[in-house]
Design a protein around this ligand. Structure first.
Ligand code: PAF
Length: 292
């Protein structure tokens, strides 16, 4: 496995692979890799001839009071995990390499897709995400790119960008990988104390209660479901950032549940902000992004 730090080197290697007719899979990450990321890498390795993983903590997608400074960085362990999973290249540029003149031209997300959920709570976040993903797509030129369902809204804005700007890349969204108690895997779980880790299961508990109400009780009224979810989170000592129930493609809020919906949740456990979501079909229960 090769470690590449320069954009020019990455592009040169991509040129060689193009001449050899290789199908290139790409897993963009911010490092601090866990089983969720490795599932994406393994999927790419199984489906593509070559797999590139990028590790770049992108300053553009963090707000001024967010955790850019303390975001976990552990290059060596990450590279070992990528190698074990069968990746061919880990691309690790510096901030200067990615943004040599600072931040300039940016990619704006479709406004309708960022008016709620994390888009509303983290202004500018998805502009930062799309700008770096567009740059990484131009550098790596993947045939296929892999993203996790845990960042559902991120998947939607990237899908729209690829469509609107004609990026020649196929997107694959992969279901969320969870801890045995249901907590979605996330690099930010590392911030949790032992006590907070116990509380953090309230996100998944609230999501599964919503599913139960929709499927078993045939509850359609979103306000009642959200109320119940709030109780679960508050009883556990979590501070709700948002709970939203939206239409899976447009991300428009729904008031009455008639078809499949995405239930998104963001909660502060202490000072750590965690997000999660599930997709629920009223007749089938939880379904996954690959079934949409
Ligand atoms: O999901 C992430 O880790 C990041 O938002 C991404 C896609 C790597 C862009 O920085």
């Amino acid at each position: 496995m090769q470690i590449i730090r320069k954009k020019s080197e990455m592009k040169d290697l991509r040129g060689i692979w193009a001449r050899e007719g290789r199908v290139v899979g790409f897993v963009p990450t911010m490092g601090a890799l866990h089983k969720g990321h490795i599932t994406l890498v393994e999927r790419s390795v199984a489906e593509c001839d070559r797999t590139v993983v990028s590790i770049f903590v992108n300053p553009l997608q963090f707000g001024p009071k967010e955790d850019f400074g303390k975001y976990p960085r552990r290059e060596k362990a990450d590279c070992e995990m990528c190698e074990k999973a069968g990746a061919d290249v880990v691309f690790i540029p510096t901030v200067e390499e990615m943004y040599p003149r600072g931040s300039g031209t940016v990619v704006e997300p479709h406004p309708a897709l960022v008016s709620g959920m994390c888009g509303a709570k983290r202004p500018g976040h998805f502009r930062g995400v799309l700008t770096v993903v567009a740059k990484l797509f131009n550098i790596v030129q993947p045939n296929v790119a892999y993203f996790g369902q845990k960042d559902y809204q991120q998947c939607c804005v990237i899908e729209q960008m690829v469509l609107d700007l004609d990026f020649p890349v196929k997107l694959v969204f992969v279901p969320t990988v969870r801890e045995p108690d249901g907590l979605a895997m996330s690099s930010r779980n590392e911030y949790l104390s032992k006590e907070e880790r116990k509380k953090s299961v309230c996100l998944y508990k609230a999501l599964k209660e919503a599913e139960r109400m929709i499927v078993n009780e045939k509850e359609k009224e979103v306000s009642k479901i959200v109320e119940r979810m709030k109780e679960i989170v508050q009883e556990a000592g979590g501070r709700i950032d948002y709970i939203e129930i939206v239409e899976p493609k447009s991300l428009r809020k729904v008031e009455s549940i008639e078809e499949s919906v995405v239930i998104g949740i963001a909660v502060f456990i202490g000072s750590t902000r965690l997000i999660d979501n599930i997709i629920v079909c009223p007749n089938r229960g939880e379904i996954f992004c690959d079934a949409l």
